[in-house]
Design a protein around this ligand. Structure first.
Ligand SMILES: [Zn+2]
Ligand SMILES: [Zn+2]
Length: 223
């Protein structure tokens, strides 16, 4: 399942999953400080949104900061050859569209149409969705927990990013599998993970400790 998650992550065309993990851990360590790789506060909005991922100075993966993942050779392989899965997907989509067009003329589709919508347009939209967490979720929204950074909880961003928008929660207690801490904080990713755990595909989902939930409730009732 870990490998399949990494393959799925590779289809996002945002470099390798391990590359992301290494940079993400640094973000948590240095959130909104000088060394944060994508802070809209110590850098600027455009850098936080797109500049950091496009800059050659951030191309390397620091395997030392993700030793727990780097011990899996298949993950390191996917990370090293992170263009492989996107290339297979793009070519596959082209031929799928081409095949569908030859089977059902009434669909009026083509290989190019499926490639452009299924790969280029979707990848661009996904990229901007992901990036809102680095840029907008450190500017707009509510700050429930005093995390020492500018992370926010934002309902709209949580909808767009399937749960990641509860970013202040996440910075406060990053070990939990869920980012929406309460039932009214919609977190689609967590629901999918939960269902997968019921089926037995994954296990040991880390919960939010009762003391953290209580702390949040107390803060909410005071505001
Ligand atoms: Zn953050
Ligand atoms: Zn995080």
């Amino acid at each position: 399942m870990q490998f399949l998650f990494a393959v799925a992550a590779s289809t996002a065309v945002q470099r390798g999953a391990l590359w992301w993990a290494a940079h993400h851990r640094k973000h948590h360590k240095e959130s909104d400080k000088e060394k944060d790789v994508h802070s809209p506060h110590t850098h600027n909005f455009l850098w936080a949104h797109i500049g950091w991922i496009a800059s050659p100075k951030n191309f390397e993966t620091d395997y030392n900061s993700i030793k727990d993942f780097a011990k899996y050779p298949e993950l390191v392989f996917l990370n090293r050859f992170n263009k492989l899965v996107p290339a297979i997907m793009a070519i596959g989509l082209y031929f799928l569209g081409d095949w569908a067009a030859s089977q059902w003329a009434s669909l009026q589709t083509s290989g190019w149409q499926i490639l452009i919508w299924g790969f280029f347009v979707s990848t661009t939209l996904l990229f901007h969705g992901t990036s809102t967490i680095n840029s907008l979720a450190h500017i707009y929204g509510k700050k429930r927990f005093d995390t020492g950074d500018h992370s926010r909880n934002n309902f709209w961003l949580a909808l767009i990013t399937l749960g990641e928008g509860w970013h202040n929660n996440h910075h406060h207690y990053m070990h939990s599998a869920r980012q929406g801490f309460y039932w009214w904080e919609i977190d689609l990713t967590y629901y999918v993970l939960k269902i997968m755990s019921w089926i037995g595909l994954i296990h040991d989902l880390k919960p939010v400790p009762a003391r953290v939930l209580e702390e949040g409730r107390k803060i909410d009732s005071e505001n």
